[in-house]
Structure formats: structure tokens, C-alpha cells
Design a protein around this ligand. Structure first.
Ligand code: GLU
Ligand code: ZN
Length: 494
């Protein structure tokens, strides 16, 4: 599909490589990506690494790795290249220098010699007088003599963009028509005194050169949009830009206590979800609901269904609440949607990783494959699998005192002895026969199945809750099951 301007959709995801990727960033990437894919458009991935002090190569690598893990692929950008390469801003400095020069020559920008102290002083005075407190245009019309005098004083100048004196109105794709008055959007810096170009310049310049048609980004960047629209107008007049993109600002994501989810919130770190075993499709499904909805009665859907339905016009402007419980529940639904082979494979890294209490070589693939179908309905994140099946790989079951105290009552030893006897002579080729054995042991002691199986479960698995017991016993095998009951009897006797 084509954009409003008639050209094919081109969107961009353009993070700065600082810190760890966080969920807000992923939500922005996802919405851009879904919009591109829905419209058979182009997803541009650009790295905004112009801040050498804060950017890191580690963060850059994490960004790429995270997008690949999530399956958010890009058509132009790092590693894949494209017609507008390079896609790392640190490699495009000549371009920015050249555009800044054109803006200065064309009178769209000017040198500002004000010192921070002077700016602060004038801002405070304006405030005290109840006037707009942004940059006051002091250096807008400096004569050559004034400039020379400042330079003779040893001052260095920043480059400042000249904002128009009229209001700027645009139609936000999410929020509708918005107007910013000149008082609210003063002239702003685009190049530092040391020559380093700022985000305010490099971001719209690259959007222009890369022919971005739609800018979808977080609400925190809304205030930069009128500035960028004004800059675009200059770039179009200079022949640098072909048109102005449409802008859509995605709603804030709120965390605990209804406060904006901050990058530093542990809940916000993408790595946490990955380490806990969220599926990419589960996490993306959940994140898509932060500001968008699939339908009134369906929260669980595939990524391809999302792409088919996604339109930025349906994004809600109201803040979205990050709800971990809901994220987990949706992920659990996606886990159940996997075919059992995929589920079995997806869990394996958690089971073969070094554990505190079992070694990778204790992992028994046949036992795992046998129990996996029973486990698939029980986990909401893949890392949950460990506690569900560790009894198969541990030499001895975990010691969980709370479970032990709950299941081992007066008479549990007698019950366990009878259960052991019945299990010993049971047919171990079917869980039914094992169930009969425990049922019969319970009857002998006046206990219903639920009460009779609790001590057996704790003796064998260490925990009061777990996977279906008789399937678990069958998979663990007769010898180990009986040995664990013996160990529990010995512990009870002691
Ligand atoms: N590099 C900017 C950021 O990470 C991009 C903002 C934008 O989308 O314009 O905040
Ligand atoms: Zn100035």
C-alpha cells in the first residue's frame, strides 16, 4: 500500500545504543514493523549513535540480537545494508556537517554565541516577568561586527535553528490535530559549539534522506515534532527533503503505582523476559496491547494476525498500563499453542543449562520427551519447567520443608508402606495401574485418592503440587520411585 503522500510506506526504528533494550523500545519497534509489514512497506533500522560518551558497542550488539530474537526483521539497516547506507549515524557525520552548512547559508539557522550563564539569567528574568522563558532570539540578527566581537572574546557558537513566528499545526496519526504556538517552540540548537551535531538535526535529516513516510515513536518525543516539521520545511526548500512524514505518537507505558515505566525499572528490561523464557510471539502479543487492541474479545493472537489487522489509526492515545500478570498469562497461552515438538525443543535450554542441583549430564532426553506433553499445560514461562520436572533428573528430590510438613501426617508412614507394596506388584506399563495401586493403598487406610497420593507425590517429587502424578511415576520408573518411597520412610522413622 502507499502512504498518504502516494509513495510506498517507509518507517524507521532508530534507537540510540545506550543501556539494555527495554520494553518501551520494543513496543515502538513492533508498531513500526507491523505497520511496515501490513502495508508491504519498508522497515529501516538506524542506529543513532552520535553521543560517543553514552553509546556503546555492547548495547549496539544487544539491540541487533534482541530484534533478531523477536523476529522483528528489517529491510534496510546494519548488516543488511540498503540504498541509504550507512545506517549508523556515527558514520554519517559529513552529511550532517554539509546540511548544517546549507541551513546556515540559507539563513534557516544562525550562530548563537550566548553562554549558558547568559541564557540562564535571561530565562530567569523572563520567568519573573511572566514571559515565555525559551530562547529569546538574542543572536538571530547579529551583524558581522557583533559576531567578530564575540569571537574576539573567545566565544564559540552553537548553530541554532530559526523557528517560524507562526503556529505549527499537524495531524498526529494517533492524537489528531495538534497546534504548537511559537512561544512554546523557541529557536533550538542543532550543532554543539564543538561541531557535534545534535539529535535535533541528525534525526530529521536522516528521516528526510531515507525518505521516511511515517514516524511512529513514543509520546515523550511529541515536543520535538513541531521543531522537526519546521526543519523539514527548510530541508524541502533546500532540496534536501522531498516531503514531510506523517507523525504518530504512541502512548506512554505506565508501570507500578501508575508511574511512567522508566528504562531503569527492572520490569522494563527486555532481557528479563528473555531469561525467564517468554516466547517472542507471546511477548510481542502482549506488547502489541500497550496502546492497541486486536478485538474487543480476543487478546491472544499470532503475529501474522496482528500484521493483518494493524493500523496506526487504531492506536489509543491514552496511557497504557504494563501488567505483568497479563503478559505471563498471554505467554502461557502461546506456550500451549506450540506443537509439542516445538515446546519440547524450546524448553531444553533450561533443562540442559548447569543447575545448582543437577549437572547437564543428568538430563535424560527420553524422560523429558515423555513428560513434556504433561508439562506444556502447566507453565506460563519456559523457565517454570525446571521446578516441574526436576524430580526426573535429580539424584534425590528437592527438599521442600513446607511440602513435607503439609503432606506427611500421622499415619503417612503406614500409607507409604502399603503404597510401596501395591506399587511393587503393579503393572508399570500404564499410569492407570499405578493409580489403582495408590487408590487401593488409600482404601486400606480409609483415605480418598487425593489424601493418599499427597505423601507419595512429596516422597517422589519433593513437592505437593506438580504434573499428573501417575504419569510422573511411570516416567521416573519403578526402581527410582520405590527407592524414593524407601528414603521418605527412613526420614519419617528418624
Ligand atoms: N534515537 C531517538 C531515541 O532513541 C529516536 C527518537 C525518534 O524516534 O525520533 O529516542
Ligand atoms: Zn544567542
Amino acid at each position: 500500500m502507499a502512504s498518504a503522500s502516494g509513495s510506498p510506506v517507509r518507517v524507521r526504528f532508530c534507537p540510540s545504543p545506550t543501556g539494555n533494550p527495554h520494553v518501551g523500545l520494543v513496543r515502538t519497534a513492533l508498531f513500526n514493523w507491523a505497520f511496515a509489514r501490513h502495508n508491504q512497506g519498508t522497515m529501516v533500522f538506524r542506529i543513532e549513535d552520535t553521543d560517543a560518551a553514552r553509546d556503546s558497542e555492547e548495547s549496539y550488539n544487544q539491540l541487533l540480537d534482541s530484534l533478531r530474537w523477536l523476529g522483528l526483521d528489517w529491510d534496510e539497516g546494519p548488516e543488511v545494508g540498503g540504498p541509504h547506507a550507512p545506517y549508523r549515524q556515527s558514520q554519517r557525520m559529513d552529511i550532517y556537517r554539509d546540511v548544517a552548512e546549507k541551513l546556515l547559508t540559507g539563513g534557516y539557522a544562525y550562530h548563537c554565541y550566548c553562554t549558558t550563564e547568559e541564557l540562564d539569567e535571561r530565562r530567569d528574568a523572563a520567568r519573573a516577568a511572566g514571559k515565555p522563558s525559551g530562547y529569546d532570539g538574542h543572536c538571530r540578527e547579529l551583524s558581522a561586527e557583533q559576531k567578530a566581537a564575540y569571537e574576539a572574546e573567545g566565544r564559540t557558537a552553537i548553530v541554532r535553528f530559526r523557528m517560524p513566528d507562526e503556529p505549527i499545526t499537524f495531524t498526529d496519526l494517533v492524537r489528531g490535530e495538534l497546534t504548537f504556538t511559537p512561544d512554546n517552540v523557541p529557536d533550538y540548537g542543532i550543532v554543539r559549539a564543538n561541531g557535534a551535531p545534535l539529535y535535533t538535526l541528525v534525526n530529521p535529516v536522516d528521516d528526510a534522506l531515507m525518505e521516511i513516510t511515517h514516524v511512529l515513536r513514543g509520546e515523550d518525543l511529541l515536543s520535538s515534532t513541531p521543531r522537526q516539521i519546521a526543519l523539514y520545511k527548510a530541508l524541502i526548500e533546500l532540496g534536501v527533503a522531498k516531503g514531510t512524514p506523517a507523525f504518530g505518537h504512541l502512548p506512554y507505558v505506565m508501570g507500578e503505582g501508575n508511574k511512567k515505566l522508566s528504562k531503569r525499572d527492572p520490569q522494563a528490561s527486555l532481557n528479563i523476559y528473555r531469561e525467564r523464557g517468554f516466547l517472542p510471539e507471546g511477548l510481542l502479543n502482549y506488547l502489541s496491547l500497550l496502546g492497541w487492541s486486536f478485538s474487543a474479545d480476543q487478546d491472544v493472537f499470532s503475529i501474522s494476525d496482528m500484521i493483518a489487522k494493524f493500523d496506526v489509526a487504531d492506536v489509543n492515545a491514552n496511557p497504557a498500563r504494563f501488567d505483568l500478570k497479563k503478559a505471563e498469562s498471554i505467554n502461557g497461552d502461546h506456550i500451549r499453542l506450540l506443537d509439542v515438538k516445538a515446546f519440547t525443543a524450546a524448553c531444553e535450554p533450561w533443562l540442559t543449562a548447569p543447575h545448582a542441583n543437577w549437572a547437564p549430564e543428568d538430563f535424560d532426553r527420553a524422560a523429558w520427551e515423555a513428560i513434556a506433553p504433561h508439562a506444556q499445560t502447566r507453565v506460563t514461562v519456559l523457565s517454570d519447567i525446571t521446578a516441574n520436572v526436576d524430580f526426573l533428573f535429580l539424584k534425590e528430590p528437592v527438599e521442600d520443608e513446607a511440602s513435607w510438613a503439609k503432606a506427611m501426617k500421622e499415619g503417612s508412614d503406614a500409607l507409604l508402606r502399603t503404597a510401596r507394596e501395591k506399587l511393587e506388584s503393579a503393572d508399570w506399563s500404564s499410569p492407570e495401574s499405578l493409580k489403582e495401586a495408590v487408590l487401593a493403598a488409600g482404601e486400606a487406610h480409609g483415605l480418598k485418592l487425593g489424601k493418599a497420593q499427597a505423601p507419595v507425590r512429596v516422597a517422589v517429587t519433593g513437592r505437593t503440587v506438580g504434573l499428573p502424578l501417575f504419569e510422573s511415576l511411570e516416567i521416573l520408573g519403578k526402581e527410582k520411585t520405590l527407592a524414593r518411597i524407601d528414603a521418605a520412610l527412613a526420614k519419617l522413622a528418624a
